[in-house]
Design a protein around this ligand. Structure first.
Ligand code: ANZ
Length: 816
């Protein structure tokens, strides 16, 4: 036959593979181990083109590692708690559990059909009590170590999803999930102390830089936001405590002409005089309506209120007024600043608006016409009897000021991070309950380990819906318990954990997914991990990847794992788009994965996604030709019917030209996979297919053992991308399944040596030498070789060389 039946082939091999179970990761295997991981999906529908892309890319590497002889852990499961599933369930008027597990069954079936090399024996769902028991256990460990704690603060609130959000989940002032504008609420919430690891999270980015995408590394750096500066103490008349500010520019202290406290910080209402309290309260009503982005923007009129008090500038001795304003944030630094209008634009605008003095302490360039000057320059107006910064540049003036302040006990140098602790509690139903009991006598009491998991209470209908307080509160019987310590009446915490908690440690659970005695096995985690390659989208650049890094470091410090970092290398794939636009319901440009698979088969879809371009780039499905991919696969498959030599025929007796191409293709494929240029690997496979076809039809013919060698190589190369076609070819070549574990063919180095070509060297237009060189010699190497040739040296005869024109690998022209 000229073509194979795609659907029949898929039906044929699925049960065979299921029986063979070729990707079962054996903990006890003596082979070197690799851990390949791709982000697990939210079960909010069937698989879509995005899943198809990421798994096809990821599978190239996982399958390649198997072929190269590694024992590969390539697990899959479901991130099945959380807002996406819960919102979808509410939209579909279903219970989150029914909806979630229904979708998981659908997605599992699709994945199995899609032929990814997952070890299904390790699958779990984060919403299974067997899993979240350990999420809760880990929470309690963190609690014990002071890494999980509760505090009252102004937090991000999504009015649409009716829950708090972590800072990481607020993107440009909007909810990362639903896009609603985020507001603020004052609430008591649970936090993970991510800030305890701020410095290490930053430092380790240096090591990740070469193997992580630069934009992800940069996004994390900015998010952690380390800055160096000083805490400076200002005395406030009538107050025993100093007013401490954080500043990155202690060198400008002589120019601090007023101070500003965040209007919504407790500090503001502590400082304000009775006379001014009414004004502050009115102002606060306005402030609470504003988003953080607006508050910080420079191009917005400055507003504020005088608090009625003055502080003393420690260097000038001047009494300076203290204001409350919204452009200072309550939860950054100390929530208070020294305002230096000469060097800071927002302070400049505030000074203009409130008619406050401006003193420049850095001399701007002569032609300076702007307002605040934030650049470097000599210090001016910056001297008193004890310290003189005059003429110093910013850096020197900074360190001199810090040393002086420290000496006088007026301040100290400090490092500040933008990173905040991770707010992890949610007022939603579908998550792991926080395993804490609140007792009027004993306070926060951990649920005893033998009572874990704290399972979600059964709630139905209206009780499930978000209403601003946790739905779990409606389960009265579940809520009211006796205190594990004193036995008195107590209540359960009714919040659930952010889904990102579940996904912060799932890659540990895969090493011992069915262990009922512990969260994960430390030895196995150290054997398999850290993850050699993680593939996923960069929408998680800050969120998930930062949280997972934090968890890993915390677990390491608890002695539970040896690794410092979870993901040694990270590949962030582009998006599948259509007609130049993101696929969306409203644009009606969605492409259904199911329909594509139906029309072209799994292999053609997978091949199209891998061949489209570098994995980091977006794929516009409108420009793709899955039909063309299928044609190619049929063409490759036809080769296997034309092989006429026996299994095991010695290729050494075969056509050397084809053999060279086969070995070069296999050799180059290895490095192309290492650098994630899977598309080029496919292109090279196509070349090999074409050359083999030629060899069969108009060359040595199908009986030549070099043809068998080439077709077997094609099958193995295709096993990374198009598993059904590859398996079918392998069978037709006379082998047993499965080609996926056939092993990478040994590359014969002798066949890699390229044939030499002759380069001609001319001096003044006359041929003086002929050199045997490699066809891929560089221009520089060829020039050096030519100029060192004795005949060329002789004819140049010590004259000055004016020009050397090199056309590698053929010609060198020397002009003297
Ligand atoms: C005086 C000064 C003079 C400042 C100057 C800057 C320039 P980064 O680098 O982001 O850490 N700041 C401190 N706490 C703040 C808060 N809670 N809300 C808003 N702004 C705050 O920024 C540190 C600088 O931001 C600090 O240095 C402070 O202003 C301001 F010529 O102090 B600076």
């Amino acid at each position: 036959p000229a073509t194979y039946d795609v659907a029949a082939t898929e039906r044929k091999w699925q049960p065979v593979w299921e029986k063979l179970d070729p990707f079962h990761a054996d903990d006890a295997s003596p082979r070197e181990k690799r851990y390949a991981l791709t982000m697990f999906p939210y079960p909010s529908g069937d698989l879509h083109m995005g899943h198809a892309e990421v798994t096809a890319l990821h599978d190239v590497v996982a399958r390649y590692w198997w072929q190269k002889g590694y024992e590969v852990l390539n697990p899959m499961g479901w991130d099945s708690f959380g807002l996406p599933a819960e919102n979808a369930a509410i939209r579909n008027d279903a219970h989150p559990a029914d909806y979630t597990y229904g979708n998981i069954a659908t997605q599992l079936e699709s994945f199995q059909k899609y032929g990814v090399s997952f070890d299904w024996s390790r699958r779990f769902n984060t919403s299974d009590p067997e899993y979240y028991k350990w999420t809760q256990w880990l929470f309690l460990k963190f609690h014990e170590k002071g890494l999980a704690y509760r505090k009252n603060s102004w937090v991000n609130w999504c009015p649409n999803d009716q829950t708090v959000l972590a800072n990481e989940q607020v993107v440009d002032g909007a909810c990362e999930r639903c896009g609603a504008e985020v507001t603020k609420r004052e609430l008591t919430q649970w936090y993970f102390r991510t800030t305890a690891y701020a410095q290490e999270l930053l430092d380790c980015l240096d090591d990740l830089q070469p193997t992580w995408p630069a934009k992800v590394v940069n996004a994390q750096r900015n998010w952690i936001g380390r800055s160096e500066g000083a805490h400076v103490d200002f005395n406030v008349a009538g107050r025993s405590q100093p007013l401490t500010v954080y500043t990155t520019r202690p060198d400008t202290l002589f120019g601090a002409t007023f101070m500003v406290v965040a209007a919504d910080a407790a500090l503001a209402s502590e400082l304000v005089t009775d006379e001014q309290r009414g004004a502050l309260d009115d102002y606060l009503v306005e402030v609470r309506k504003e988003t953080e982005i607006n508050r910080l923007s420079t191009d917005r009129p400055k507003t504020g209120v005088f608090l009625g008090v003055h502080a003393t500038n420690p260097l000038t001795g001047t009494e300076i007024p203290v204001y409350a304003a919204d452009y200072v944030l309550a939860d950054y630094g100390t929530g208070a600043i020294m305002a230096v209008p000469g060097q800071d634009q927002r302070d400049w605008e505030f000074a203009q608006a409130f008619d406050l003095p401006i003193i420049r302490t850095v001399e701007p360039p002569a032609d300076w016409e702007g307002d605040a000057f934030t650049g470097d320059g000599p210090a001016i107006n910056s001297a008193n009897d004890e310290i003189d910064l005059s003429g110093m540049g910013v850096a020197e003036a900074k360190s001199t000021t810090i040393a002086f302040l420290e000496d006088k006990g007026l301040g100290r140098g400090t490092v500040n991070f933008r990173l905040r602790d991770w707010l992890l509690s949610r007022q939603r139903y579908w998550g792991a309950p926080i395993p804490i009991i609140h007792c009027p006598v004993d306070g926060e009491v951990a649920v005893p380990e033998d009572q874990l998991p704290v399972e979600l209470p059964e709630l139905r209908g209206a009780d499930l819906k978000p209403k601003g307080t946790s739905p779990l509160g409606a389960a009265t019987e579940w809520v009211n318990v006796s205190c594990p310590k004193c036995g008195g009446p107590a209540t359960r915490d009714t919040d659930t954990m952010d889904t990102f908690v579940d996904s912060s440690w799932y890659f540990f659970r895969y090493v011992s997914p069915h262990d009922e005695t512990q969260a994960f096995d430390t030895d196995l985690a150290n054997t398999w991990g850290p993850i050699d390659l993680y593939v996923g989208g960069d929408e998680h650049a800050v969120l998930h990847l930062l949280y997972a890094r934090f968890f890993t470091k915390a677990l390491r410090d608890m002695g539970m794992v040896d690794w410092d970092e979870p993901f040694s290398s990270y590949l962030s794939q582009g998006k599948v788009i259509n007609n130049g636009r993101k696929m969306s319901k409203s644009l009606g440009n969605g492409v259904s994965l199911g329909e594509q698979l139906e029309a072209f088969g799994v292999d053609a879809v997978r091949l199209t996604l891998v061949f489209a371009g570098p994995p980091e780039d977006n794929i516009d499905w409108a420009d793709m030709s899955p039909a063309g991919s299928l044609k190619f696969l049929q063409r490759a498959w036809r080769l296997s019917g034309d092989v006429a030599s026996a299994v095991g025929a010695d290729p050494a007796t075969g056509d050397v030209v084809l053999r060279k191409l086969t070995h070069k293709t296999l050799h180059d494929a290895e490095s192309l996979i290492e650098i994630h240029r899977f598309n080029v690997m496919v292109a090279r496979t196509m070349e090999l297919v074409n050359a083999t076809r030629k060899a069969i039809d108009s060359g040595p013919g199908g009986a030549d053992p070099a043809v068998r060698e080439a077709v077997e190589a094609v099958a193995i190369l295709l096993s990374l991308v198009a598993p059904y076609t590859a398996e079918e070819m392998w069978e037709r070549l006379g082998h047993e399944p499965t080609v996926a574990r056939a092993g990478w063919p040994a590359v014969d180095e002798a066949l890699l040596v390229a044939d030499a070509v002759t380069a001609v060297v001319q001096v003044q237009g006359k041929v003086r030498a002929r050199l045997e060189v490699s066809p891929d010699i560089s221009e520089a190497d060829l020039e050096a070789l030519a100029l060192a040739d004795p005949a060329v040296v002789r004819s140049i005869d010590g004259k000055e060389i004016r020009k050397v024109i090199v056309r590698a690998p053929k010609v060198v022209n020397v002009v003297v």
